[in-house]
Design a binder for this molecule. Structure first.
Ligand code: ADP
Length: 419
């Protein structure tokens, strides 16, 4: 059977998942971190049950393999010098062969790459051509930290696997269906035509995946549903999905907008920034850095960007409590807005790190939405990381917990472009 690799290349890391397609079976997944350093870290999980079994054991050696409790799952780890993405991918492919996960590089017939910014050029996933790569390079203006790394990953894979189909899957493409009243800012129109200054959104692959699963779980045609998908991770975005299409989303020109996130501010009055910059003597770069890295849950709580830490001390630490209240408040505002925009909602879907794992956060959000007719089943909500309907039988609006799976979506897109 053909194998497809889903790749997420960052500036100093590369995450991958290898799937048997069309069976959609994950056969290996891993990450190479600290690319460019003498002590890069390579981790590859493989073998049966790689998702469900916690790996046990420890070795003092740099290069070692640990076994899961049931002996079926394995984890390879090594710390070694890796100069660049090309070397990282070469190392990873070689290791997949050494570990017996693949016999030959040729077994990998498709590689799907996550690309952060697709601008208005890409409203769906595409086969990578020279022209596509040139556009991804040009779109670096919109995602300076991400697109260059994504393009680097694409080029490196093309060199090592020249015969595999190379596909780009854009975070923004799902949101290209937004109508102009939702994607335009009320700024002089010429900034849109001249610079593409508009809302692009993000997390599109995740919103698209959970929406399609929600329709399957509810046994409804996605095109007949009104959904609000809550991707609540370190980065968080909320999307209104109507007729199977993204109608509106909380992230904006960049992933800084929308709800308060782990370290990102979300929406702020732009004139306030100028006011703060003047008083603090901050450059534009410094101000942007504060908005991206020092705000959100971290900025308000002053103690942590991790929701788990805040929940633990919320009863005794006023700032942790405040950060949680602000997070919930911003989520609720978007949900309310989207219910109004869509003229109702059939189901609300929780996904990503916080959405999948935090029982209390889901409860706080749903309890605030009772007025609209959504009622939480506390027992059903008492789970983590599983697909489950968490609203009561009689709840007018359904609430669903659906773990996201962007890698599977990427692999499916590769598969559909192979035809
Ligand atoms: P991203 O992909 O944006 O980096 P994830 O979707 O992996 O983020 O989510 C990571 C976040 O999920 C962490 O910041 C952490 O706060 C949160 N998280 C994970 N598990 C829990 C939990 N049990 N309770 C609350 N938050 C959690």
């Amino acid at each position: 059977m053909a194998k497809t690799m889903a790749v997420n290349a960052g500036s100093s890391s590369l995450k991958f998942q290898l799937l048997e397609m069309p069976a959609e079976q994950v056969i290996a997944q891993g990450v190479i971190e600290r690319i460019g350093m003498d002590d890069a870290i390579v981790t590859i999980k493989y073998g049966a049950e790689i998702h469900s079994e916690r790996l046990v054991g420890h070795s003092e050696d740099d290069e070692h393999i640990t076994l899961s409790k049931d002996g079926k799952g394995k984890k390879y780890e090594n710390v070694t010098a890796i100069k660049n993405h090309q070397q990282a991918i070469n190392y990873m492919l070689q290791k997949l062969t050494d570990l017996g996960i693949i016999e030959d590089f040729d077994e990998i017939t498709g590689v799907g790459h996550r690309v952060v910014a697709g601008g208005e050029w890409f409203n769906h996933s595409v086969i990578v051509t020279d022209e596509v790569l040139a556009k991804i390079d040009r779109l670096a203006d919109y995602a300076p930290l991400h697109n260059p790394a994504n393009a680097m990953g694409i080029r490196a894979f093309q060199k090592l696997l020249p015969d595999a189909l190379s596909v780009a899957v854009f975070d923004t493409s799902f949101h290209q269906t937004m109508p102009d009243e939702n994607f335009l800012y009320a700024l002089p129109y010429e900034y849109y035509t001249r610079y593409g200054a508009r809302k692009y959104g993000a997390h599109g692959t995740s919103h698209r995946y959970v929406a399609s699963r929600a329709a399957e779980i509810l046994h409804k045609d996605l095109k007949q549903l009104k959904l609000i998908t809550l991707h609540l991770g370190a980065g968080a975005s909320i999307t209104a999905i109507k007729d199977g299409k993204s109608l509106d989303t909380s992230m904006g020109f960049s992933p800084l907008a929308g709800v308060a996130m782990a370290t990102r501010s979300g929406d702020v009055d732009p004139s306030l920034l100028y006011y703060i910059q003047e008083r603090e003597g901050l450059s534009n770069e410094e101000m942007l850095n504060i908005l991206n890295k020092k705000s959100g849950l971290l900025g308000i709580s002053t103690i942590s960007s991790d929701m788990r830490d805040l929940l633990e001390v919320q009863d005794t630490n006023e700032h942790a409590n405040m950060a949680i209240r602000i997070f919930i408040n911003r989520v609720i505002k978007y949900v309310g807005q989207y219910i109004a925009e869509m003229g109702g909602v059939d189901a609300i879907v929780f996904t990503a790190g916080i959405g999948e794992n935090s029982i209390p956060i889901r409860k706080m959000i749903i309890d605030k939405l009772n007025y609209f007719g959504v009622v939480l089943d506390e027992e059903k909500n008492n789970v983590r990381g599983q697909e489950v309907e968490i609203s009561t039988e009689n709840s007018k609006i359904k609430a669903l917990l659906i773990p996201t799976n962007e890698e599977l979506m990427i692999a499916r897109d590769v598969e559909s472009l192979k035809a």
